[in-house]
Design a protein around this ligand. Sequence first.
Ligand code: FES
Length: 105
Amino acid sequence: MGETRRLCARDDLAPGSARRFEVDGHCIALVRIADDFYAIGDTCSHADFSLSEGDVWTDEREIECPKHGSTFSLTTGEPQTLPATQPVPVYEVVVDGDDVKVVVP
Ligand code: FES
């Protein structure tokens, strides 16, 4: 059981966008698609680039690395396209009223 940490308010993040947070040593990309929130590791598994600076693919529920274009599933953290081959971590998101929180291990 991890610790639940507040990241932001729901409306701090526009639908279809992503933002990076650092929580307890974890770099987390928080992504909003419509009213759903996803949290995955922000550092691309291919090299040291921030996934939250990439494009959000809303229909696919993926985010595209801004450096070399690998896309990562927001639900599994698995890369869907090369060159990345390793997954990034996935964090549980808790929406509590107006607050968006993640569980960090
Ligand atoms: S750094 Fe992300 S795909 Fe290369």
